[in-house]
Design a protein around this ligand. Sequence first.
Ligand code: ZN
Ligand code: ZN
Length: 317
Amino acid sequence: MRPSPTLALLLASLLACTAAVPLAAQRRLGTNEPCGGPIAADSLCVVTLGTGTPVPGPQASGPATAVVVGTRTFLFDAGAGVMRRVAEAGLPVDGVTAAFITHLHSDHTLGLPDLILTSWVMGRKAPMPLVGPPGLRAMTTSIMAAWAEDIRVRTTGLERGQPRGERVAVRETAGGTVYDMGGVKVTAIRVLHGSWKVALGYRVETPRRTVVIGGDARPSPLLEAAARDADVLVHEAYPAVRLKPENRPGGESWVDYMKSFHTSDAELGAIAARTRVRHLVVHHVVWMGGTPDEVLAGIRRGGYTGKVTIARDLDHF
Ligand SMILES: [Zn+2]
Ligand SMILES: [Zn+2]
């Protein structure tokens, strides 16, 4: 039996209603522009989504940096709070173009389940490319196992979640080119971070701008070579004048730990001067009671005279 014209109209309007909220319209929450305006497809903008450390300070989320190229978003690290900051920045909440992890320290990976599962709940359908050091696949597999019941309930229950939309395409690397498409090249750089077997930084190149994300690292020739003449170097630091043994059990090792795992402000200033980076963006500062002025003074002591920003969450460059 053919439906009456009235029924056909009603059916059509019902279909129009369900189709009126396409997933693409839900990609961004709010009206913020991540870089203050559109970014050309052959250039890039850096957004410091999370500039913090393991200290759960409310002003600074865990480490996470976005590099935006045209309509593509590349995410570096997934610290605690990452998806809140992605949303706040006006970046897509239903999945980034690709995500890159520097190393598996918890402060850089606590937001990984958030990144994987929230982007799926918000509409992601395709496997998310995820690049990082060896061990990342096992970590991702464990995350999926930990939330297996959530995934089952969301897909088989009344939520009607996208089946298999939560998938992740993990690629483990110890260095080299990890993305090269449409005028964007991402190279993983082996850096030195204490006793981690593999820790990485990343160099992102477009025809017009190059940015280097240092990861957590003490100074090393490889990172320095990668940072040479970069437009932006995003790097960690600690104020050297504050470094002393800590008053706690095991605190006598603190100085050795910091020197083996991290870079002081003066060391960073020397690196920036030698590599002639145009803009030094400092994040992930282990403050030890220090101030931004002290870190800036340390960088100047190291010999860098160029532009320096001690970044806050949601700054863009
Ligand atoms: Zn860290
Ligand atoms: Zn670390």
